[in-house]
Unconditional design. Structure first.
Length: 218
């Protein structure tokens, strides 16, 4: 596991950002630590490794989103990982979806203090109004099967004649393969997997397509 990625030079040895961007991430970290005393934003056990466990973990996704032209929706944004980090790194048209009102106040504070252009939706994923999205991201929220269910509920709100799945970009832990096998019982996904730079057991799943399987029951 990576440790002590707590300087600009060390951070950029893994993900290159401008010094201005790094300074904004430092502001993010400072505010998060302050708010952590009143609301549970991240696990207490990860605070000492916050740069690796949260900031770098989120920043590694930027290479996958930098060329996305349309909207990006981050399901269950929580403390802003990964959506807020990618927005601070310069990605536009990011929508954060978070049901906890206090966390949304926190996210607004981060956006204001770092002068980051981002849209925050204070609602449950199931209640999110349809937004035409090219990509949906998520980190440490639910099983792969549940995440796909959320996406299906979301796209079925479209008034268009043809509802197409957006691309999906998920950070998953060591259980990712069993989750893929479980999902394959009634759905077929086309995906690419990449190693996480912050977790030797973790994977980045980039899902290109999801199809329902025609299953006949006796």
């Amino acid at each position: 596991m990576l440790t002590n990625i707590n300087t600009y030079e060390k951070f950029c040895s893994h993900v290159i950002v401008s010094r201005e961007t790094y300074e904004k991430l430092c502001v993010f970290r400072k505010i998060l630590i302050k708010w952590q005393n009143s609301i549970n934003l991240i696990s207490k056990s990860t605070i000492k490794n916050i740069w690796e466990r949260h900031f770098l973990d989120s920043a590694q996704l930027y290479t996958f989103v930098k060329d996305v032209e349309g909207n990006i929706i981050d399901f269950g944004s929580g403390a802003g990982f990964p959506g807020m980090v990618m927005a601070i790194m310069g990605k536009k048209n990011i929508h954060l979806v978070e049901s906890d009102y206090k966390k949304c106040i926190f996210l607004n504070e981060i956006a204001m203090q770092t002068e980051t252009d981002i849209t925050i939706h204070n609602c449950r994923i199931e209640d999110l109004s349809f937004i035409n999205a090219d990509l949906i991201t998520c980190r440490a929220l639910a099983s792969l099967s549940k995440l796909i269910d959320y996406v299906e509920i979301f796209i079925n709100k479209s008034l268009g004649e043809k509802n197409e799945f957006p691309k999906l970009l998920f950070l998953k832990g060591k259980s990712y393969y069993s989750e893929v096998l479980d999902l394959n019982k009634n759905k077929k996904i086309s995906f690419e997997e990449y190693p996480s730079i912050t977790d030797k057991h973790g994977k980045i799943l980039y899902i290109n397509k999801v199809d329902m399987l025609d299953i006949e029951y006796e």
